[in-house]
Every structure is written in structure tokens, then in C-alpha cells.
Design a protein around this ligand. Structure first.
Ligand SMILES: Cc1cc2nc3c(=O)[nH]c(=O)nc-3n(C[C@H](O)[C@H](O)[C@H](O)COP(=O)(O)OP(=O)(O)OC[C@H]3O[C@@H](n4cnc5c(N)ncnc54)[C@H](O)[C@@H]3O)c2cc1C
Length: 456
């Protein structure tokens, strides 16, 4: 590859804060809010896109709030977020589900607005349309980041940086050890979500409940879908096979769609772009093009083969193709699938997750779910880089194996882990210690005081 040398230059320091959160998705929002709740802590949130919420704006349900025994395992600031949406009619209850354990539908637009309100109330400075492109380091300590925007390059100095970019951009730039994908280096596939309105939901639900011999549903008894309540329908493999025989090009083995906030609205999670590394813009671009084409065919398929969709039309398309997996930190502890299946308890627990290992196969169009008996702890050490200081990682770039990430990446745990990371960042400044040396019981107490659930 042809190379050039970029000239060094002086750049302005735009700001100096205590805690800098990079990435305004579910993890980043909770991290910023939690840090700002520690008195005297100045907090800034950077976001490269034009809205807050990350994948919460894609029409996806929040997964992971309930455990397999029906108890609530995600509480604290994430639950407060849901409560405020619920007051506005923009979130549903947490519905227990045999397949996905629990589902909480949220309104994407309401989520964007509430995120803004909470950041403002909390005194968090938000800066959008900026991409974190590099870190400022002294020895092994991160001292801030470099951002790039239409204004050019600027620096932001910070005592602690919380990496909530999903892709581990800060950790990667800071030289932390990172992992990617499965044993063959292939990550879970990406999907561009879209919604359809004008669905006759009563007809759909009755057809599914009355005719299990025609409409095969994965794992869940068909009758579950009769009530007009939150659900994700996964199945209709017969219909996919028939459509393929009829010449349709369907990229997944089974049909998946989920309720939206309106009665006639369903969000479709069926495009599938495999083998794309979303940290490479060339590959991401190709993925965007492929998924938009796939969705055209999928909408045609739904109208032709799924009862109730006959008069449906595409209403909204997610603002970007959703990325399930890219880089993961290899931190002080790597959470494993065995930890999940063993319902592992850790002394340094900072969150509890009960979501199954939900693996969209990196190759091929299928998906496998594997559950633990109850729930498992997420240890603080899985947020901490092995060598680099003043940096903590939360959300889907935390330190976990490929399969463990297939569980812990969903938004309920991502929010809870974000809350813990933001709180730790602020408390470590107050305690005058490095993040890896924080007084963990004090952190746990602060989280408990905020309503976070722990197993006793
Ligand atoms: C197709 C799909 C379906 C899914 N289904 C569900 C589901 O039904 N329920 C569920 O709970 N979870 C689901 N997930 C998983 C879940 O959405 C994510 O794992 C979760 O959102 C991770 O949260 P996060 O905050 O770590 O990352 P994100 O939500 O990705 O947020 C990261 C934020 O950081 C910003 N950012 C990134 N890099 C930079 C940078 N360098 N500088 C500045 N800003 C940056 C991004 O713009 C983004 O806003 C799904 C994921 C996908 C892709």
C-alpha cells in the first residue's frame, strides 16, 4: 500500500474534564449519568452521530431486564430510564419470554429525546458529530483523546476515559490488547433493521396460535403469541423454505420480527451481512448496500407469505446497519461462556446478567440460543485493560470471549455495565487511585445505593 507521512501539528485543547465518556449508546448514556451523580465530577460525552442512544434508536427491544426466574436483574439507572419512557407511553412492561427471557419495547424517537433531557439534567456536556480518533497518553496512562470534526482536530483532556464506542476505539488506540470475532476471526453478522406498519396484528396472532402445523415457531408454544402483548416471533422456517423454492433470496433460515409501540407496527430483524468488519469503512459501506437490498426482498417476502402482512408497508429504516460484534478488550479478566453456563459469582461483581448466549452464526443464516439456569455476575475486572491506566471499557467492547459477548452485549447488561463504569471512573478520582485499584466494595455500595441489583 502506498504510504505518506502525516505532518505533526499543534492542535487546540477544546476542553478539560474529570470523566470523558466516548460513545452515547446505552452504555455511554448510563456511564455519563452515573459519573455525573458523583458530586463535583465534571463529565463530557462524545458522540460521532447526530443523535444519542446508539443501538437504542434502531427499533430493538431492550433485552435482559428480567432473569430466568422472573426476577428483575437490571435495575438502577437503566430502570429509571425505562420508567421515564413508560410515563410518556414510550416503553412497555418487561414481558417474560421463554426464548429471550424478557422483552421491553421502547420508542426510538422518545429514547433520543429522553437521553438528551437526562444528559442536560445531569450536567453532562454533550458534544456530537465528533469522532474520537486517537488517545493522548503519557507512559501507560491515558490523559485524554483527540477528536476530529468539521473544525479539524482538537484535544480533550480527561482524568478518566470511559470507552463506550462499541468497537473499543479508545482501547484500541491506547494500544490495549484486543480480540476480534470467533476462533476463525469472524464476528457475528450485521443487520439493518426496518419497521412495517399496516400489519393486521390480530390476524397474524390468531393465524400463528391457531395453526402451529402451518406456522412453525422456534421454541415457544404458538399460543404465547395470541395476546396483544410484547413479543418477538422467531420461526416461519416453512415459509422461508417455500419462498426460497419460489425464487426469493432470503439471507436467514428463519423469519424474525418483533412488536413495535403501535398495534400495527412490527420491526424486522432479518437482513444479514456476514463477514463484515465494521471497523473498516470499505466493508461497512458494502454491508450497508447489501442490507438495504436484502430488506427490499424481505419486505416482499413478508407481504406474500406471512398472514396479516398483506397490506403492510415499510415505515422506518434504522439510521444505520447494526453491528453485533467487532473488537473486544482482552482485559484483566475475560468473561467466558463457561462463566455464563455456571451462573458464575464474582467478588468484584458490578452487574448481573441473565440473557442467554444468543449467537447469530458468523457464517450461514441461523442462530443458536443457550441459557444458563439463572443469571451470572459481570466482574469489574472485565472492564479494566491489562496495562493501560485511567481507561475503563463498557458495553459491547468489554473483555469477554466471542460466545460470552453473544450474551452480555445486549442492551440491559450494556446499560448496567455502563452505569458501573461511569461510577467507577468518578469514584476512582475521588479515592485518588487508579481504576484497577479501586475500592470495589465502595463501588458496589454506591451502585446498590442507586438501586443496582446484586445477588447476595
Ligand atoms: C441487529 C442487532 C440486533 C440487536 N438486537 C438486540 C435486541 O433486540 N435487544 C438488545 O437489548 N440488544 C440487541 N442488540 C445488541 C445491542 O444493541 C448492542 O450490543 C448494544 O447497543 C451495545 O451498547 P453499546 O453502548 O456498547 O454500543 P452502541 O449501542 O453501539 O453505542 C455506541 C455509540 O458510540 C458511538 N461511537 C462509536 N465510535 C465512536 C467514536 N470513535 N467516537 C465517538 N463516538 C463513537 C456510536 O455512534 C454509538 O452511538 C442487537 C444488536 C444488533 C446489531
Amino acid at each position: 500500500m502506498k504510504m505518506i507521512t502525516e505532518q505533526s501539528r499543534q492542535i487546540p485543547v477544546r476542553d478539560e474534564v474529570d470523566v470523558l465518556v466516548v460513545g452515547g449508546g446505552p452504555a455511554g448514556l448510563m456511564a455519563a449519568q452515573a459519573a455525573a451523580k458523583v458530586p463535583g465530577t465534571s463529565v463530557m460525552l462524545l458522540e460521532s452521530r447526530g443523535s444519542l442512544g446508539g443501538n437504542m434508536t434502531q427499533g430493538l427491544p431492550l433485552l435482559g431486564f428480567l432473569g430466568r426466574k422472573g426476577n428483575q436483574v437490571i435495575n438502577g439507572l437503566p430502570q429509571q430510564f425505562v420508567d421515564r419512557l413508560t410515563e410518556r407511553g414510550q416503553a412497555t412492561h418487561h414481558r417474560a419470554c421463554p426464548l429471550h427471557v424478557s422483552l421491553t419495547m421502547i420508542d426510538p424517537e422518545g429514547t433520543k429525546l429522553l437521553a438528551w433531557e437526562i444528559m442536560k439534567e445531569s450536567g453532562v456536556k454533550v458534544l456530537m458529530y465528533v469522532m474520537m480518533v486517537d488517545v493522548i497518553k503519557e507512559g501507560d496512562e491515558v490523559k485524554g483523546v483527540i477528536i476530529e470534526s468539521k473544525k479539524g482536530r482538537e484535544a480533550i483532556l480527561a482524568k478518566r476515559v470511559v470507552d463506550c464506542t462499541g468497537d473499543g476505539d479508545v482501547a484500541y488506540r491506547a494500544g490495549c490488547e484486543m480480540a476480534y470475532g470467533n476462533e476463525d476471526g469472524i464476528a457475528q453478522p450485521a443487520t439493518l433493521m426496518f419497521s412495517m406498519r399496516g400489519v393486521d396484528s390480530r390476524k397474524l396472532r390468531d393465524a400463528v396460535a391457531d395453526h402451529p402445523e402451518i406456522y412453525d415457531i422456534d421454541f415457544i408454544p404458538n399460543e404465547f403469541f395470541r395476546p396483544m402483548d410484547n413479543c418477538t416471533m422467531v420461526g416461519f422456517r416453512n415459509q422461508v423454505q417455500q419462498a426460497r423454492k419460489d425464487g426469493y433470496n432470503i439471507p436467514v433460515e428463519r423469519t424474525i420480527f418483533m412488536t413495535g409501540m403501535a398495534e400495527d407496527e412490527w420491526w424486522v430483524n432479518m437482513s444479514r451481512v456476514s463477514g463484515v468488519d465494521a471497523t473498516d469503512p470499505d466493508q461497512y459501506t458494502k454491508g450497508e448496500e447489501l442490507s438495504i437490498r436484502q430488506n427490499e426482498e424481505i419486505a416482499r417476502y413478508l407481504k406474500a407469505y406471512i398472514p396479516g402482512f398483506e397490506n403492510a408497508y415499510v415505515d422506518r429504516v434504522a439510521p444505520f446497519m447494526g453491528i453485533r460484534e467487532t473488537r473486544r478488550l482482552v482485559g484483566e479478566y475475560v468473561l467466558t461462556e463457561q462463566d455464563i453456563f455456571d451462573c458464575a459469582k464474582f467478588e468484584d461483581a458490578i452487574a448481573v446478567s441473565a440473557y442467554p448466549v444468543d449467537q447469530h452464526h458468523p457464517v450461514g443464516g441461523d442462530c443458536t440460543l443457550m441459557w444458563c439456569e439463572d443469571c451470572y455476575d459481570v466482574p469489574y475486572r472485565s472492564l479494566i485493560p491489562k496495562k493501560v491506566d485511567s481507561l475503563i471499557v463498557a458495553g459491547r467492547c468489554l473483555s469477554a470471549t466471542h460466545l460470552a459477548l453473544a450474551s452480555v452485549r445486549v442492551m440491559g447488561p450494556a446499560m448496567a455495565i455502563g452505569e458501573a463504569a461511569g461510577k467507577a471512573a468518578a469514584l476512582s478520582i475521588r479515592q485518588g487511585v487508579q481504576l484497577r485499584n479501586i475500592d470495589v466494595p465502595a463501588l458496589q455500595k454506591a451502585l446498590r445505593d442507586e438501586g443496582v441489583y446484586f445477588r447476595d
